[in-house]
Design a protein around this ligand. Structure first.
Ligand code: HEM
Length: 399
């Protein structure tokens, strides 16, 4: 049975069966995670107004891949590749076997697999489609704190894979990479993770590798201005981007050794929220709106002037907003012994100039968190709307 768009990363327990599992569930143990039986069968639809992987609940594993077209490959070859990739994504997300199946995922269900495709700025010059390049793909400005590795930045094509099972995720990654052969070459790959469904007793906002509850004040699809903030309107030009979105991808390393040395109270002032439960320092619980006006008894702002949530909030940025859907990453340890770990920050918005760019400009100037992070790679991709039945992703651009 497929439970379309159900539990997701937060892992609601559905229909637990089996003696041991039932016993565990019955135990009144506050720490015990609820058993989850819907993880394998949860299916994310491939077709729809928007591509999957944007408002889809965050999965436990993520792979980000960027490809460059090989010399000699142009619009025709790119169209054929997007057709192959779309067919594969549709089949794997529906858990239908593909002709070239690697066998890696044979025993598993779709596990909330989503595959999302985007186009980088350079794609349009390589394929003679400059006239179709959306204004939103204007290069991101340089920020003073950037330490970007060009080899791990940008790219003609971008693929985001999200999945609640590591093997199913790798199977999709392998198929996508194999099908690019002869048309596009892998430019960079980054692997991320978040929480496993069912790891917490009830659905909760995930934590990042600094230990903070991260994602609380994201725009919500139920809000009236959500679509306008996150998705390109259907009336916009170029028309192939209707219902699409722009993904800003930043690999942000956390200086965890420095972070771990500062006391808890200081860590909380850097963000403006309590570490234990994510509640704003102005009071209340996790989902209480931060009160940026509130003063503590000494007269200083309860949420400090340089706290991350104050500097990044839409209220202090002329309404600029984005949907943050990041994965954590850990790639071992650097030569200096520090963890090569942090956030694969992915921000979705209808227009980067009304989302990421103004906010990052401000964070770059005066965010307390900046002292503990380094932006080491960057990409900006135009992600077209979702395909209708029988269509492939990007068809309106490529045909
Ligand atoms: C909020 C962490 C980078 C934009 C938050 C929160 C945390 C956090 C813990 C509070 C909870 C929440 O509402 O999600 C981090 C970390 C980062 C990082 C660890 C880097 C490693 C960025 C960047 C941007 C950004 C690069 C955008 C340019 C935001 C926004 C909010 C937020 C818009 C919500 C503010 C509000 O309206 O309350 N971040 N963040 N963050 N962050 Fe970040």
């Amino acid at each position: 049975v497929s439970t379309v768009g159900a539990a997701g990363a937060t892992g609601l327990a559905v229909g637990a069966t089996g003696g041991a599992v039932a016993q565990a569930a019955a135990r009144d143990d506050r720490k015990a995670p609820k058993p989850v039986t819907s993880v394998g069968s949860t299916r994310v639809p491939f077709h729809g107004k928007h591509q999957a992987g944007i408002t889809t609940p965050l999965q436990a594993f993520g792979h980000l891949l960027a490809f460059d077209l090989v010399s000699g490959a142009g619009r025709k070859q790119a169209a054929a590749l997007l057709k192959r990739w779309s067919r594969t994504a549709r089949e794997l997300m529906a858990d239908e076997s593909t002709a070239n199946s690697t066998g890696i995922a044979l025993d598993a269900g779709p596990c909330s697999l989503s595959v999302t495709f985007g186009f980088g700025r350079t794609f349009f010059s390589r394929t003679g489609l400059e006239k179709q390049r959306p204004d939103g793909l204007a290069p991101l400005p340089d920020f003073s704190g950037d330490a970007l590795d060009k080899k791990r930045s940008d790219g003609d094509l971008w693929v985001q894979i999200g999945c609640d099972d590591g093997l199913v995720a790798f199977d999709a990654l392998r198929e996508i990479q194999r099908q690019a052969a002869g048309t596009a070459r892998l430019r960079w790959q980054m692997n991320g993770f978040t929480r496993t469904p069912g790891a917490t007793r009830r659905p909760m906002t995930v934590r990042n590798l600094m230990g903070q509850v991260d994602g609380t004040n994201n725009p919500k699809p139920s809000e009236p201005d959500f679509d306008g903030r996150i998705f390109v309107p259907s009336s916009s030009k170029p028309s192939w981007m209707a219902n699409g979105s722009f993904a800003v991808v930043r690999r942000i390393r956390m200086l965890l050794d420095d972070w771990d040395k500062i006391p808890l109270k200081e860590q909380e002032r850097v963000i403006g929220r309590r570490k234990s439960d994510g509640a704003p320092l102005s009071g209340g619980t996790e989902h209480t709106d931060p009160d940026l006006e509130k003063r503590s008894t000494g007269g200083s702002p309860a949420i400090p002037a340089d706290a991350h949530v104050r500097v990044s909030a839409p209220a202090t940025n002329g309404g600029a907003a984005m949907l943050r859907r990041p994965f954590s990453y850990h790639d071992g340890f650097r030569d200096d012994g520090a963890p090569d770990a942090g956030l694969l920050f992915i921000a979705w918005q209808a227009d980067p100039l009304r989302g990421f760019v103004p906010v990052q400009r401000k964070l770059d100037r005066g965010d307390a968190l900046s002292r503990y992070v380094r932006h080491e790679a960057s990409g900006l991709f135009a992600v077209p709307g979702g395909p209708s039945k029988g269509e492939y992703v990007g068809q309106a651009l490529l045909e």
